[in-house]
Ligand binder design. Structure first.
Ligand code: TYD
Length: 214
């Protein structure tokens, strides 16, 4: 039986997610609450090994979307079993820097794998563990000007990769918003372009509300 509180952070790379994760941990610890912090992929011995395969630059472009889906979820299954579920059962607050919504956004909306398939693998890997709150650090549409600029550059493979990467990130960005729209009650969508202080205050306010209603 789950007694603790499970909070996840999501968003594109480099939107200031880690800073806000740290801020929330400090906020909760200042209230003498016990927090377990994890990140995905990783955080257990096995999951960190899987992380190395996934993020190794030498493997870039070689791992198929389906392999990615299964590897991210393999790392996740181990993390849920070893750390997240036991901590929740002890009544702790668990914060995860990314969780299964990243798979839906990156491998689903980004790489084009079937969303229903992703949902069932995500649920299998986590034993149906749904976060109590997911904070999405959201940014506006990625710069169309850059996109067009790149589109009309010479067609060397580097340019093509860059352009694909921008279009990929835009699909992931929009995908996250779509996931949040479909599960509006679970999500707090914050504007990542707002000041660090404002974003931190909005997150703390929502988490405090959640703690009161528990
Ligand atoms: P990381 O260096 O941890 O970046 P960040 O600070 O942005 O979290 O790299 C994690 C990368 O893995 C990031 O690009 C998102 C990607 N990812 C997926 O594609 N699917 C997933 O399920 C997860 C958890 C991460």
């Amino acid at each position: 039986m789950k007694k603790g509180l499970f909070i996840t952070f999501e968003g594109l790379d480099k939107v200031g997610k880690s800073t806000q994760v740290e801020n929330l941990v400090k906020h909760l610890e200042s209230k003498n609450l016990k927090v377990t912090l994890v990140r995905e992929p990783g955080s257990t011995e096995i999951s960190e090994k899987i992380r190395n395969i996934l993020l190794d630059k030498e493997n870039a472009g070689k791992i198929s979307p389906l392999t990615e889906l299964l590897l991210y979820n393999a790392a996740r299954a181990q993390l849920v079993d070893d750390i997240i579920r036991p901590a929740l059962e002890r009544g702790e607050i668990v914060i995860s820097d990314r969780f299964y919504d990243s798979t839906t956004a990156y491998q689903g909306y980004g790489r084009g794998l079937d969303i229903k398939l992703i949902h069932s693998v995500n649920m299998e890997a986590t034993g149906n563990l749904v976060p109590d709150l997911t904070i999405l650090m959201s940014v506006g549409p990625l710069n169309e000007t850059i996109n067009n600029h790149e589109r009309f550059q010479s067609s060397s493979s580097d340019d093509r990769l860059e352009r694909e990467s921008l279009e990929f990130r835009e699909r992931v960005r929009a995908g996250f918003l779509e996931i949040a729209r479909q599960e509006a009650d679970r999500f707090l969508v914050v504007d990542a372009e707002d000041t660090i202080e404002n974003v931190a205050a909005k997150i703390a306010e929502r988490v405090d509300q959640l703690l009161q209603t528990k």
